[in-house]
Design a protein around this ligand. Sequence first.
Ligand code: FE2
Ligand code: FE2
Length: 353
Amino acid sequence: MTSSATLPKMPVTPIFNPHGDDAIENRSIWFGNVTNLMQLNDVRYPWAVGLYQQMRENFWIPQKLDLTQDVTDYWNLTPEERYAFDGILSYLTFLDSVQTCNIPHIKASITAPEISLCMAEQISQEGMHNQSYQYMIETIIPSERRTDVYDFWRTDQVLLKRCEYIAGLYQQYIDNPTPENYFIAFLADYMLEGLYFYNGFIFFYNLASRMLMPGSADIFKMINRDELSHVRLYQKLLPEAMATLPYAEDHVYEMFDKAVQYECQWTNHIVGEQILGITAASTEQYTKYLANLRLKAIGLKPLYTEDKYKKSPYAHLERFSDTKKAGNTKANFFEAGVTSYMMSSGIGGWDEI
Ligand SMILES: [Fe+2]
Ligand SMILES: [Fe+2]
């Protein structure tokens, strides 16, 4: 193993390395000397095999979910709700596009095959999430407005800045692939997976709680479940990254605080105060609550210490998110046997698969 501090560049694992050593005791997440064969008989990180299995069992097909009611509901939304619907869909399309593009760069330096396996599945899921947005856009949004959803960032300066900031942290690593920049891109992944989707999800669950756009909410609860499996992957990897790669703890808190500010700014811009059940105050409380939760999960202190940031203002929407049910987010799933997961039920269309 090489010390990351002495490396000017993050090593990219060769396609095939006949001089590698796949012995389990010599494996590591980064800087290992593996052959790059996916030797999965013996694994150093068994939790990754369990996580991969759960990601596969979360399999779903967007087109199996029924959007019929949403087509009518879309025209019964208020103009503000419709504007937020289009804008959030556009932002989420950006997030999944950028992940599909970025994760292969992160994965290229991974030297534990079981972790590569999880990232390969993550890339597949992010791609499929884009397909689910396409399905929603094509089904719900009239043809003359569809391109506007994809192009929202071209006319909306707030969204453009948001996209540029998120992509910029990834691009910085590609342009200058040092171990420090790898860590920053890695942390940025965690913030995207763990923070950036959720005010968007809340908007759709909020509509569903008022009996609006139920098919869209069904799609988002499946995406939500997938994203939570990605959050878990980074939660497991970040403490290892902090032990292996050069980083400054202050910088981690700084990045989190910035992420929270930008997320609130964007949500206030696109959702504002015009939508029943969501206010600038509830957005701030929820985003800071989530940031605390994500920090705690990687062994760091909460950034926002007031009592109100200890709970979600949207607990009443949890039943729409479907992420608390058995088979979705088992608290102990890392330790559970790989055959113990259940296929999700209660969502239309599974019988046909
Ligand atoms: Fe995704
Ligand atoms: Fe994701």
